[in-house]
Design a protein around this ligand. Structure first.
Ligand code: NAD
Ligand code: TYD
Length: 392
């Protein structure tokens, strides 16, 4: 099987490719424009891998996409390329519409044309599902008939499309109505709608997944967890938006990669699967956990007064339109496809901190001039609020 992965040089795409190639589950064509968020160094050793190809292509470039499909003839598409950071979408929403909406429509159009050109004659029953390395049984695969019927377009989306969840409300299910708050979430919601429309109108064989916040190795340090780990290690302030009481559900990126593979293999065409980590935490709890783990590891804070990393926490002006809570009900993927997360949040966070400690070169290179400009743009004008207390 050959999979065309878009956005494979990003955080989740690179974890997916490392997962697929380490287990020899599929050959991979990585289509990535290498924006600020794309980093080939997140795919170590793959340049020597005969089952891996890299195409530096922008998903907005239709002719280039057509060429890639023609040259590589994939059996499936896993679409992760996107602008993915909420704060950037607030400061500059245009590129989010361009890439996430127009880019996705472009990819859908090319995939549809390609998919309908595939052979529709049966070539016998499907091969047995490949092992994923996790200790749960996968259901037996259906006897699919032809390359055209086997073709899949897997759209990777976010729980943020469901919008702000009241504290006492039950977690998001696959039928929760869409109510996106940020330009990022709105652009992802639009792309989800396009993908579903392409299924219903043109019969494109799609599966959609909506996932909660990911964390783990190789995450660009503009997102909460790597930003806080690296700032704390450097003795820099830890900027919590608002009162730090916003709740997110956290999933280890390697658990996400496995869930994506399971859905691609066994998901029902036209169906959506929510993916979550069963780990709801407030941002304050997350940052305090990072501080405590670093305290335990290194004893003294680099810059904190009393010696705890918690002294670096600063409450700063809130993000406009900030959603209070996201939570995922992932019973569908658990009961129908047998997947569940393998990492506990605390163990996964500890491993992630260790990874950032062990990879100073990767960190140094992503913290380039462009990264420093972003930190300046997002944080310099953000007032420290009266909620600011050293130990939250
Ligand atoms: P990321 O920002 O780390 O990576 C995005 C990748 O897409 C980069 O490699 C970038 O170069 C590439 N890209 C951007 N614009 C492109 C374009 N026009 N053409 C080709 N490539 C382009 O993002 P991520 O965190 O890995 O997220 C991947 C996907 O998963 C996104 O679709 C995101 O919406 C979704 N998602 C992310 C999270 C999360 O917590 N990070 C949670 C749920 C869903
Ligand atoms: P983020 O990692 O940007 O993911 P998302 O906005 O997609 O959930 O942020 C996670 C949470 O952390 C979110 O509630 C915003 C908050 N946050 C801060 O409090 N301070 C920060 O510096 C950042 C980047 C995020």
């Amino acid at each position: 099987m050959k999979i065309l992965v878009t956005g494979g040089a990003g955080f989740i795409g690179s974890a997916l490719i490392r997962f697929l190639r380490a287990r020899q589950l599929a050959e991979v064509v990585n289509v990535d424009a290498l924006t600020y968020a794309g980093n080939p160094e997140s795919l170590p050793g793959l340049d020597m891998d005969p089952g891996y190809w890299f195409e530096k292509v922008d998903i907005r470039d239709r002719a280039a996409l057509e060429r890639v499909f023609r040259d590589h003839r994939p059996d499936a598409v896993m679409h992760l390329a996107a602008e993915s950071h909420v704060d950037r979408s607030i400061l500059g929403p245009e590129v989010f519409v361009d890439t996430n909406v127009v880019g996705t429509q472009n990819l859908l159009a090319v995939a549809r044309e390609y998919g309908s050109s595939l052979d529709d004659r049966s070539d016998g029953p499907a091969a047995a599902p490949a092992a994923t390395g996790q200790a749960y049984p996968l259901p037996p695969g259906p006897a699919v008939a032809s390359p055209r019927e086997r073709f899949r377009f897997h759209h990777i989306s976010t729980d943020e499309v469901y919008g702000d969840l009241p504290l006492e409300a039950p977690a998001f299910t696959e039928s929760t109505p869409y109510a996106p708050s940020s330009p990022y979430a709105a652009s992802k919601a639009a792309s989800d709608h396009l993908v579903r429309a392409w299924h219903r109108t043109y019969g494109l064989p799609v599966v959609v997944t909506n996932c909660s916040n990911n964390y783990g190795p190789y995450q660009f340090p503009e997102k909460l967890i790597p930003l806080m780990i690296l700032n704390a290690m450097a003795g820099k302030p830890l900027p919590l938006y608002g009162d730090g009481g916003q709740i997110r559900d956290w999933l280890h990126v390697e658990d996400h990669a496995e869930a994506l593979w399971v859905v691609l293999q066994r998901g029902e065409v036209g169906r959506t699967y929510n993916i979550g980590g069963d780990a709801e935490r407030t941002n304050r709890q997350v940052v305090e956990a990072i501080c405590d783990m670093l305290d335990a590891r290194r004893g003294q804070a680099a810059g904190g007064g009393s010696g705890s990393h918690r002294d670096l926490i600063q409450y700063v002006a809130d993000r406009p339109g900030h959603d209070r809570r996201y939570a995922i009900d992932s019973r569908r993927i658990q009961s129908e496809l047998g997947w569940r997360p393998a990492h506990s949040f605390e163990a996964g966070l500890r491993e992630t901190i260790q990874w950032y400690i062990d990879h100073p070169q990767w960190v140094q290179r992503v913290q380039s001039g462009a990264y420093r400009e972003w930190i300046e743009a997002n944080y310099a004008g953000r007032e420290t609020t009266s909620a600011s207390i050293g130990r939250g």
